[in-house]
Design a protein around this ligand. Structure first.
Ligand SMILES: Cc1cc2nc3c(=O)[nH]c(=O)nc-3n(C[C@H](O)[C@H](O)[C@H](O)COP(=O)(O)OP(=O)(O)OC[C@H]3O[C@@H](n4cnc5c(N)ncnc54)[C@H](O)[C@@H]3O)c2cc1C
Length: 382
């Protein structure tokens, strides 16, 4: 039977200087944000702000300098992410590209694709979206049907993607399409493309979420023509590429810090008169959070070493999203308050947003049930 590998990784003392720089920057740049805007953290979209972060060298931090990167360590990048989330920085314009699309292109993309995309991402100028899910294929991603067929000049794409975060604002999509049969080797019949969202034949239709926001979309492809150089890596390599990406998507601090603003507002609310029961519960929450952080940091070090900790990433995401989902309910139990986006206190505003947003935390990036299946398989239990 396999076991989990979570080696303890200490942050080097040198990163604390970076942490101070980040705190100074965020406290100046984000002074005007409302509690509600801070609570949205990595859902908040602001291209200008992303460009300011890029000017500090905080996007594409670990990438080679020749692609606009800064050749810093994954642990330094980790500190940037956690400080941004705790500050409530609106980082969504670069989040997906910095976390996933850039590393994917570095590993599997052609030299031309890297040169086209990476310097622009590192400057905070290019926004990417991920086109995996389809109306009938979410958890069972390998069943997806949207076809990419070879043409005289390249490829023709059809079909529909769904839940595509930021598709309405993105410059490019990394899209997973069916280039081979769906019968015998359905995973081997998938390929990824780097798609310019301005290409003719692409229609983006907004989907409104429970909170009333329009951040994800349906994306319809109608005879979209792509040249050969849009294929990422080789034909049929899409499944391997997607699974390599998932450890990046599932292991970061955004998987346990999405409700951090509830916890901060709760502590702020109770600090004048901390009842014993509340103090015990907050102590437990802090202990859980620090354990999750230790596990997540361990994965950052493994990814930095070129390993693919897919099993451990599924554990971090499952435990982390369970933690961040529980915080708004715990806050409701500890203090009497009416969640209200226009309420007088920070916690009323934050709760109004997070109570409605929290159910999605265990869906985005792979559902709880699917993660537990991966964990069981990884441990040899099924
Ligand atoms: C906020 C948000 C942002 C998203 N952004 C993107 C994006 O940018 N790009 C993208 O491609 N996708 C995105 N998604 C889609 C997300 O990846 C899917 O919602 C997710 O993978 C689940 O797929 P589904 O919605 O089709 O649900 P389904 O797969 O239909 O699942 C429905 C329910 O059945 C359960 N279930 C399914 N199969 C099994 C099984 N074998 N065993 C046990 N239970 C099972 C699931 O756990 C779930 O609870 C986003 C989703 C959200 C909520």
């Amino acid at each position: 039977m396999s076991t989990f590998q979570f080696d303890i990784c200490e942050l080097p003392a040198a990163v604390e200087t970076l942490r101070l720089e980040l705190r100074r920057f965020f406290s100046t740049e984000l002074a005007a944000l409302t509690p509600l805007e801070r609570a949205a953290t990595w859902d908040g979209f602001d291209r200008d702000f992303s460009q300011k972060m890029a000017e500090q060298g905080w996007i594409g931090m670990t990438w080679p300098k020749r692609y606009g990167g800064h050749e810093r360590s994954a642990l330094e990048r980790y500190v940037v992410l956690e400080e941004a989330l705790v500050a409530g920085a609106p980082v969504s314009a670069h989040w997906i590209a910095d976390r996933q699309s850039g590393p994917l292109l570095l590993r599997f993309g052609s030299e031309a694709q890297r040169e086209l995309a990476l310097p622009g991402i590192a400057k905070g100028e290019l926004v990417f979206c991920i086109g995996m899910s389809e109306p009938d294929s979410g958890s069972d991603l390998a069943s997806l049907r949207s076809p990419a067929k070879r043409s005289a000049n390249g490829w023709i794409l059809n079909g529909t993607k769904v839940w595509t975060t930021n598709a309405h604002k993105a410059d490019y999509m990394i899209g997973l399409f069916r280039t081979g049969s769906n019968d015998d080797n359905r995973r081997g019949g998938l390929s990824q493309f780097m798609i310019d969202m301005k290409t003719s034949g692409i229609t983006v239709n907004p989907i409104v979420d429970l909170v009333g926001r329009k951040h994800f979309n349906e994306v319809v492809f109608n005879d979209v023509e792509l040249s050969n150089d849009c294929l990422i890596g080789s034909e049929g390599e899409g499944w391997d590429q997607v699974t390599a990406e998932l450890a990046y998507e599932r292991s970061g601090p955004e998987r346990y810090l999405s409700s951090i603003h509830t916890l901060l507002a709760l502590i702020d609310c109770l600090k004048e008169d901390p009842r014993e029961r509340a103090a015990v519960i907050i102590g437990e929450l802090m202990a859980n959070m620090m354990t999750l952080r230790t596990m997540s940091l361990s994965l950052a070090a493994m990814l930095d070493a070129g390993e693919n900790p897919a099993l451990e990433a599924a554990v971090v995401k499952d435990l982390g999203t369970g933690f961040e989902q529980s915080l708004p309910d715990i806050a409701q139990l500890l203090i009497e308050l009416e969640p209200d986006p226009g309420g007088a206190t920070d916690i009323q505003q934050v709760q109004a947003f997070l109570i409605q947003a929290a159910p999605s935390f265990s869906l985005r990036g792979g559902t709880r049930e699917i993660l537990r299946g991966i964990i069981a398989r990884g441990l040899g239990l099924r």
